[in-house]
Design a protein around this ligand. Structure first.
Ligand code: PGA
Ligand code: MG
Length: 222
């Protein structure tokens, strides 16, 4: 049976760290702070925007909760929602999504990025109609690695067998928590060596994805 394929977004389909980095620097330099390096910002991507901004505040001894923090987070979300100019699709992404769809796979998206900037970036790349369901980091009361967002994405897609594709520690843990097979994209924002992350297969270029998914969907050998 053909599997549904659910994707993570940041570090899996899009390289968004340059825009996240630039947006963070716009907000923090306006507060009189020196700019962050890209590595500092990228290291905090994957657990949602509130966590990213809280970790950045913490690293500058600014409050990471309370009204002052809430204002910094709101400003970051405002700046980031319009920031797509530096973001790129990973090579082969569009072709892989279209090939999967042509092979009969339903596609879903489950990201910890808030829903508004998620939909904005999907529209920016003309991908918004490819996904049968899109869940963002603020769509449910919990985020990945809680399995609920991934399972809710699948429910909204109509259920059935599914595979999760992601780039990070959080994604590997989410797939395990949800009991779904996990395909690891190795060129994203992972901090752990590939061997140390539980995964069913790994790939470095999206060209490999349709073949990997087909192998999962093939009937088991007798
Ligand atoms: O942390 C985020 O905002 C998003 O990260 P994800 O798309 O990799 O889940
Ligand atoms: Mg990711």
């Amino acid at each position: 049976m053909t599997h549904s394929v659910i994707f993570d977004l940041d570090g899996t389909l899009i390289d968004s760290a340059p825009d996240i980095h630039a947006s963070a620097n716009t907000v923090f330099t306006a507060l009189g702070q020196p700019p962050f390096t890209r590595a500092e910002v990228q290291g905090f991507v994957g657990r949602g925007a509130p966590n990213l901004v809280a970790r950045l505040c913490e690293s500058r001894d600014l409050p990471h909760e309370g009204p002052e923090f809430d204002r910094v987070l709101a400003r970051f979300l405002e700046v980031y929602e319009g920031a797509q100019a530096l973001t790129v699709l990973y090579p082969g992404t569009r072709a892989a999504l279209e090939a999967l769809q042509a092979a009969g796979c339903k596609l879903g998206l489950c990201t910890n990025k808030p829903l508004a900037p998620t939909l904005a970036v999907l529209r920016h790349f003309g991908l918004e109609n490819l996904f049968a369901a899109v869940i963002g980091g603020d769509s449910l009361p919990v985020k990945k690695p809680d399995p609920a967002p991934l399972l809710e994405t699948l429910t909204r897609m109509g259920g059935g067998p599914a595979i999760f594709v992601g780039d990070s520690e959080v994604d590997a843990e989410t797939a395990q928590n949800a009991g779904l097979p996990f395909l690891l994209f190795t060129e994203g924002y992972r901090k752990t060596p590939v061997e140390a992350l539980p995964h069913d297969a790994a790939f470095a270029h999206h060209d490999a994805l349709p073949g990997l998914v087909a192998a999962f969907s093939a009937p088991a050998a007798p």
